[in-house]
Design a protein around this ligand. Structure first.
Ligand SMILES: [Zn+2]
Length: 222
């Protein structure tokens, strides 16, 4: 059963080899077709068609290439809790979701990790914003990931959903939570047909969203 989770895909050519080359990054930033993601209310801006908005010029984080056009995003101040913007996110276009997630999560990580975890000195943004390096002790720091699991439980054509008190009215979601990777592997090891779906980028900072497809005989609660 093929599943394509939201936020999946690269969205852009991430051009990973360019990230470690400051000269090439500088050349991309100076290009007239360089563009930067527009932000609003602490998140990448979304227009009425669910598409991301772009302005001309570079910014600190190099997101990748759209065709030949270099795409950047700034480390913007954070906004409200992501859950408060569910109604806006519901209109986010599928094709733009991976770029939205990458830009939002990287900006959040930089905002919270301005000092070296090894020696306490201020660290510098390097690799086009995909890591930080400490000038004092040379330690390099990468965005940390906390595994997250989302469970879409289906039984005989019905889905088990849940909601939190702070959700907007009539808003429900699949069941989700943080976990240790060993927890899920152990829980699914005896489940027939359990399969791992490659993780997409996730809009919540420092989180790695894992998708598993697990078929079992579990029953819905009454
Ligand atoms: Zn250090």
């Amino acid at each position: 059963m093929p599943l394509e989770p939201f936020f999946s895909g690269n969205g852009l050519d991430r051009a990973d080899l360019v990230r470690g080359n400051p000269e090439q990054l500088g050349e991309l930033a100076a290009r007239p077709d360089a563009r930067r993601l527009r932000w609003a209310n602490g998140l990448p801006d979304i227009d009425g068609n669910g598409r991301l908005q772009w302005d001309s010029g570079p910014a600190d984080i190099f997101l990748g290439l759209n065709g030949n056009a270099p795409c950047f995003s700034a480390i913007e101040p954070g906004g409200k809790d992501l859950r408060a913007q569910f109604n806006t996110l519901a209109h986010l276009h599928w094709d733009d979701a991976p770029v939205f997630a990458a830009a939002a999560s990287l900006a959040s990580w930089h905002r919270r990790h301005t000092f070296c975890a090894n020696c306490g000195q201020p660290s510098d943004l390097v690799r086009g914003g995909w890591s930080r390096r400490c000038p004092a002790c040379a330690a390099e720091h990468f965005p940390r990931v906390d595994p997250v699991v989302i469970m879409l439980a289906e039984h005989e054509g019905r889905l088990l959903l849940g909601r939190q008190p702070q959700y907007p009215p009539n808003r429900y979601s699949a069941l989700a939570g943080w976990f240790t990777r060993e927890e899920v592997a152990a829980a699914l090891s005896g489940t027939p047909d359990a399969s791992f779906i490659p993780p997409p980028p996730f809009a919540i900072a420092r989180s790695l969203l894992e998708h598993w497809l697990a078929l079992d005989e579990a029953r819905f609660p009454a």
